[in-house]
Design a protein around this ligand. Structure first.
Ligand code: FES
Length: 85
């Protein structure tokens, strides 16, 4: 799937607040978010009632982009525990 693949972009990453991968990618690539806190503020992802389980995906998604300038095809979840924003 390419970066513009609509199936990938429409994937819901934050189920609590119904935030799609597209919204997150746009906040990072166009909105300039470089920290989890900036993403929380810009999209409302990661701050839902579950306590932020989606941060395991948001963190790696953002880090991959900041390192490579591209988003990964598949998000490898960070299972080391909750990130401290
Ligand atoms: S799934 Fe994102 S805060 Fe619960």
């Amino acid at each position: 799937m390419s970066r513009r693949d609509p199936r990938r972009r429409s994937e819901i990453i934050c189920r609590c607040n119904n935030v799609s991968r597209e919204t997150l990618e746009d906040a990072i690539a166009q909105g300039g978010c470089q920290t989890l806190n900036e993403i929380f503020d810009a999209t409302s992802a990661g701050v839902g009632p579950c306590g932020g389980s989606c941060r395991r995906k948001i963190g790696p998604l953002m880090e991959h982009f900041l390192k490579t300038g591209e988003f990964p095809e598949k998000i490898v979840e960070d299972l080391r525990g909750k990130e401290n924003p």
